[in-house]
Every structure is written in structure tokens, then in C-alpha cells.
Design a protein around this ligand. Structure first.
Ligand code: FEO
Length: 384
């Protein structure tokens, strides 16, 4: 697949993976992208996951038609991209490895060698000429590891964006970009909004016509759409109006309250109501929803003087990703000493710019007229 006349795709699709990064379900698989830039000198951009050594090396060989690569440019050392650096180095012993100083330190840890005889260390603004194509390296620390660099081809106006603008899903499946890009971004890079903002600022100074990420499709049109979403996500802005209700329910009474609240919100004209049962839904989808919408309702039971485990895990996913700038409301249930709202507020106490809804719903085992009134008041408050 040609991206431009000289840039060719040599990545692979993975339909056998069970959990990406050991935790994310990927129903449509995963793509590990790699590219070759053919010029007087030849550069290969990143390697692929360990399980695709032969396929990747064959892809490279097929597009080079007897020529040999001069450089392997390593933008990111996470093993989904770095696992085949050694197999490349063995296949092409004359090729140089181009990467950041931090990446070479990681290579030593991963592979017991940092290719000292063959390494070219690059940093912010360094350039590499392949002939016609001039590459400029831009540091992108914590997007998504500290060693990351992205690469701008000034000739074809292509940004090789490492994990940035990536998504779950193999390239031979047809699915909406935003849904799986958002779940990927929030799950994997969400904590590092400030660092993504810094990279977006650097990217804004470039004339970019194509974005070549390490996962997901190459982006060639309407780049403003993707960049705008990345700007919203990395600044923790509200992407869509609506209310997300995340809940756990042991015997169905908390669920009943949640369903009643959802109905009241819909009847009041709330633009979108999303309900996630944290014990049964994909946790990464629920986390993604919390970051997407402006208002979040947390409903859970008091449990072992704490809160129900799935809710604790959910809140932990939020706080470790710098969840902020949202309205949060609480529904607690407890049969003798309900303290879930207090505990949830404590768990959220380090989050910036949260405003807690005035109305709190307290259920003592099952809904009654008092708690139903509180649900009506909460619906009114959230729909104001
Ligand atoms: Fe796709 Fe952070 O590796």
C-alpha cells in the first residue's frame, strides 16, 4: 500500500490477540503499523509485535526489490513496536538504528544491547536526509512513554505520529474511527493530556497533509477533525453533551434506581443518557464514556465499609487518568450504614475542577417515596 510515491506501508494486522497491552479487548483486532521511505537512502519506520517477525520482514523485502534499508527509525520502545528491532538488526547488519537517547537505554534493558556501533541518537529538531526526503525529529515524551519521538517528512508533509492518532482495530475491518480511537486514547494515553497538548502545539507549526500513526488507519483527509478531537481529549474538554450513569448493583435495587433516573433524564430532554453496569460492561468503554460526556452519576453500594469493588476500580481508572472538569452526582445504597457517597467523594478528592451535584440520593436497601423524590430532584438538577 503506497501512502505517497515513496512511502509504503509494511505493517501487519493482528486478529489473534486476546487482550491488547494485557487488558484491552480488541474485537476487531489490532494493527501494528510500519512504513518504508524509499529514497537514495532507505528508512524503515518502527518494527511490529513479536508474533509477526516473518510477515514484517517479508513485507519490507517485497517493497525493497533487492535494495537494503539504511536506517531503522525507532520512535517508540513499547514492545508492540520494538519487539523486532533485533530481528531487523540481524537481517540488515549494515543498517543504522536511529532513535532517542532514552530509547537506546531501553534497548539495553530489553535486548541487552543498545547497538552502540550502529546507533544514531537524535533529539528535538534533529534532521536526517534520505536524499529527496528530509526527516525532522520531534520529541514527544509521555505520548505515550518518555523516549517517544515523532518524525516529520518535510518533503511529503507526512507526520509519523507514533501512538498519537492511533486506534484499536486491524486495518482490514471497517469501523468508525472516533469510537475506537477514543477508547484507545483515554485508556492508554489519557493520563498524559498535558504532554499531548505540548505535541499538538509543535504539530500546529507544521504543514501536515498525512498522519501515519503506529496503529489504525493512515489519515489523509479532513485532518482538522482528528486534531480537534485530540485537542478536546487531551485538554479534558467535554466532547458530547449528556449524562453517563455508571453503577454496580448486588440484588437489583440500585439498578432499579439507575433505570428510573435514566428514564427521568430522557423524559426531561437530556440530549444523551448512557448507562453502564460496571460489573458487566467493558470497563474501558465505561471509562471512555466518563471522559466523553460532561456529567457523571456514580451509583453503588456500601460494601465492607468501602464501596463495591467494580466501582472502586472504575474510580481508580478515572483518577489515574487525571479525570477533571466534570459534574459528578452520587447515588448510594446501604442496608444499615450507607457511606458510599462519602467514600466515592474521598476517592475523587484529588481530581481538579469537579463539581458535585447538590442532590444526593440515599437508598436504604430499596427505593421508597423519599429516595424516588431525590431521583426526581437529581434529574431536574442535571437537566437544568
Ligand atoms: Fe502502541 Fe505505546 O505502544
Amino acid at each position: 500500500m503506497n501512502i505517497t510515491k515513496d512511502i509504503i506501508y509494511v505493517g501487519v494486522n493482528d486478529h489473534t490477540i486476546d487482550l491488547f497491552e494485557g487488558q484491552y479487548t480488541v474485537p476487531n483486532g489490532m494493527a501494528y503499523n510500519s512504513y518504508v521511505i524509499i529514497d537514495e537512502k532507505i528508512a524503515v519506520m518502527d518494527s511490529v509485535d513479536a508474533r509477526f517477525t516473518d510477515e514484517w520482514l517479508n513485507n519490507i523485502e517485497n517493497v525493497l526489490r533487492g535494495r537494503k534499508p539504511d536506517y531503522l527509525i525507532v520512535q517508540h520502545m513499547e514492545p508492540d513496536h520494538s519487539a523486532n528491532i533485533t530481528s531487523f538488526a540481524e537481517s540488515y547488519p549494515d543498517a543504522k538504528i536511529v532513535s532517542s537517547a532514552k530509547a537506546f537505554a531501553m534497548m539495553k534493558n530489553f535486548f541487552s544491547t543498545d547497538f552502540v556501533e550502529r546507533q544514531i541518537i537524535v533529539g528535538e529538531g534533529d534532521t536526517l536526509s534520505l536524499g529527496k526526503h528530509n526527516l525532522t525529529f520531534i520529541t514527544a515524551p509521555m505520548v505515550h512513554w518518555p523516549e517517544v519521538i515523532v518524525t516529520y517528512d518535510t518533503t511529503d508533509k507526512v507526520l509519523f505520529s507514533a501512538d498519537g492518532f492511533g486506534k484499536f482495530g486491524a486495518l482490514d475491518t471497517d469501523e468508525d474511527w472516533a469510537c475506537e480511537a477514543r477508547r484507545y486514547y483515554i485508556g492508554i494515553v489519557g493520563k498524559y493530556g498535558a504532554q499531548v497538548q505540548a505535541l499538538l502545539k509543535k504539530a500546529a507549526a507544521l504543514d501536515i497533509q498525512t498522519i501515519c500513526p503506529l496503529h489504525g488507519p493512515v489519515l489523509t483527509e479532513n485532518l482538522g477533525y482528528y486534531i480537534n478531537l485530540y485537542d478536546i481529549w487531551s485538554s479534558y474538554g467535554v466532547e458530547s453533551d449528556g449524562v453517563v450513569i455508571a453503577y454496580t448493583s448486588v440484588y437489583g435495587n440500585t439498578k432499579k434506581a439507575v433505570m428510573l433516573l435514566a428514564e427521568k433524564l430522557r423524559l426531561s430532554g437530556c440530549p444523551k443518557v448512557v448507562v453502564n453496569d460496571l460489573a458487566r460492561c467493558d470497563m474501558a468503554e465505561a471509562v471512555e464514556d466518563a471522559f466523553r460526556y460532561g456529567k457523571l452519576v456514580l451509583a453503588t453500594t456500601t460494601y465492607n465499609a468501602d464501596i463495591f469493588p467494580f466501582m472502586r476500580e472504575f474510580i481508580h481508572h478515572l483518577t489515574e487518568r487525571n479525570f477533571q472538569s466534570r459534574t459528578v452526582a452520587f447515588i448510594e445504597n446501604g442496608s444499615w450504614a450507607p457511606t458510599a457517597t462519602k467514600v466515592m467523594k474521598e476517592h475523587l478528592s484529588k481530581c481538579k475542577n469537579l463539581s458535585f451535584a447538590e442532590t444526593e440520593v440515599k437508598i436504604m436497601s430499596a427505593l421508597n417515596s423519599e429516595s424516588e423524590k431525590q431521583l426526581t430532584a437529581l434529574s431536574d438538577e442535571l437537566c437544568k
